[in-house]
Write a protein of this length. Structure first.
Length: 158
């Protein structure tokens, strides 16, 4: 192999690698900053606490998670209500979730809804919870530790 062939192969490898990485970044849109609409947001205490829902990112090649936090209520929310683009407190990725949790007042109660609770509650009412579930235990533990540092009462239904 000539030196010129080796240089061409290295260039081709780097080009393919750069294109592959840029596609993942564009697809995931997993910024480590809060979305613009949440930066100046102030969250008040909720009398019935908050409900945190999570589901995997749909886009291929993205290993991140979607998170939505809704005010607690006495009624079941639909899948569309939880995952809708109109949900105000909705972020992508663990870092954005941590930044969003920073906005909550101390001692707020947040219930992280898992599959067990969903199957027991939504299953009885014929509401499909589709892909709502908890991320890995490594992720849930990291978020739980962050919430403890913020003095938030995060309960995870595993």
């Amino acid at each position: 192999m000539t030196q010129q062939s080796i240089v061409k192969l290295i260039f081709l490898f780097l080009l393919v690698h750069i294109i592959g990485c840029s596609k993942k970044t564009v697809n995931c849109n997993c910024s480590k900053e809060l979305p613009q609409n949440l930066i100046n947001l102030q969250i008040n205490t909720s009398m019935k606490g908050w409900e945190l829902y999570s589901w995997p990112q749909k886009e291929q090649g993205c290993n991140d998670w979607n998170y939505a936090i809704l005010p607690g209520t006495n009624r079941l929310k639909s899948y569309n209500e939880v995952t809708s683009d109109t949900v105000l407190l909705k972020v992508i990725g663990n870092e954005q979730l941590k930044l969003l949790l920073n906005k909550f007042p101390k001692n707020e109660n947040i219930f992280w809804v898992g599959e067990k609770w969903l199957s027991q509650s939504w299953g009885l009412s014929n509401i499909s919870y589709q892909n709502l579930k908890l991320p890995s235990s490594v992720t849930t533990v990291a978020i739980k530790q962050h919430a403890l540092l913020l003095q938030l009462n995060l309960t995870i239904d595993e």
